[in-house]
Write a protein that binds this ligand. Sequence first.
Ligand code: SAM
Ligand code: SF4
Length: 468
Amino acid sequence: MSDSTTLEDGRPAPPAFQTAPRAFIKSFGCQMNVYDSQRMADLAALEGFEEAVGVEDADLIVLNTCHIRERASEKIYSELGKLRELKNERRKAGRRTTLVVAGCLAQAEGAEILRRQPAVDVVVGPQSYHRLPELLRKAEVRSGVIDTDFPVEDKFSRLPASQPETTARRGVAAFVTVQEGCDKFCSFCVVPYTRGAEASRPVAAVLAEIGRLTGAGVRDVTLIGQNVNAYHGLDHAGRTTSFAGLIAAAAAVPGVRRLRYATSHPNEMSDDLIAAHRDVETLAPYLHLPVQSGSDRILASMNRRHRVGDYLDIIARARAARPDIAFSSDFIVGYPGEADDDFEETLDLVRTVGYASSFAFKYSARPGTPAAEMDGQVDEAVKLARLARLQALLEEQRHVFNGACVGRRLEVLFEKPGRHEGQVVGRSPYMQSVYAEGPLSFVGVLAEVEIIGVGPNSLRGRIVSRTS
Ligand code: SAM
Ligand code: SF4
């Protein structure tokens, strides 16, 4: 007699069913890519793929790439080199691996990716990844399939909705893309070329997606877009809705306890959007508002189309609307033509605003952008020195901001168990990690927390009361 796992002659029995293929999707870069990666995972699930833990157990490997700075692109090519070796080893063992490059590098470099790394099976841009299933089928018969079109069909309406259990597994905070692309053409930036023209999703589609998320337990929703506050989607009657209108509608979806948005452009901070920070209770008092430079001369050369004074005026109006609001920003140092005085003006602006947290980048010349061709490219050593000074100032401000939270009561949305038993960790309205003693049942719960301590990267708190 044999049991179900051995044959009559004692050899192990083959599995009754072939195990499902597994997909691993690795996201690089911005929040838009995190969202797109989840949508690609939903597509893969519909095609019968299970989620792999890493590349080791994946039959389908997707790198969802970034092209914003040169280092981001080089990182991908080095990762692809390692994956080619993995694919070759497996081929020798008779196992097939499909390698996909998606995202902005795919859009920008297309066939060049296949030339530099022929092990890649599919190259797909950010506007056509809804066609991934058909591209994978094509790749079964020929390698090197490329789709970097900007198709006329609406990508979002062709993507499957996430399964509720998948959403629940992803946690209580979620991104929803509401706007894509950019018409601003800042002279340093590749986004208008890789993501295409500004386009907004219809209001009803956004609200339906938020409803599905909250139905599966999501409580914190971040509306995202390359220029999210340029949103101009249509409502059910075909009328254009402003971003402030979308925020009001999103806040009314049952289950939304906290709303955020990113990334916004100073020129799109309309009066009604600033008023939303006063009127919409669930809108977090935290605004990521990139300024890039504190020098009017550099802002003009960057084609930002606003001056430092305009930016400071927005900050003042937002503070008047919501006194507890805090700000973060992006900065570029070493942009072509940036002199010491321009850089000092950036430091002055940072001191004037007082940021809770920010990102600073060394300017990276991107092929095809106007700034890459400009005179006055700044020496690498100068860029590095400026970056170090700016980052030190921003870090100091982050510590000051975190320190000033001690003694305050902040509403924290607990997201997961902490490192130690009996501890839970969540996020404050200002995106700080907050640890507190509390049972696991607090995961997914909003609570008023008294901040009692501050560490290098997190706050410690004492739960005062549940607010949800
Ligand atoms: N749309 C947003 C805005 O206008 O602020 C930001 C989009 S971009 C994905 C994120 C940040 O990358 C920018 O704010 C900018 O600071 C930085 N960035 C973009 N191009 C860059 C470049 N060529 N070199 C260095 N940093 C860059
Ligand atoms: Fe890039 Fe400027 Fe558009 Fe932001 S606004 S995505 S920095 S071009």
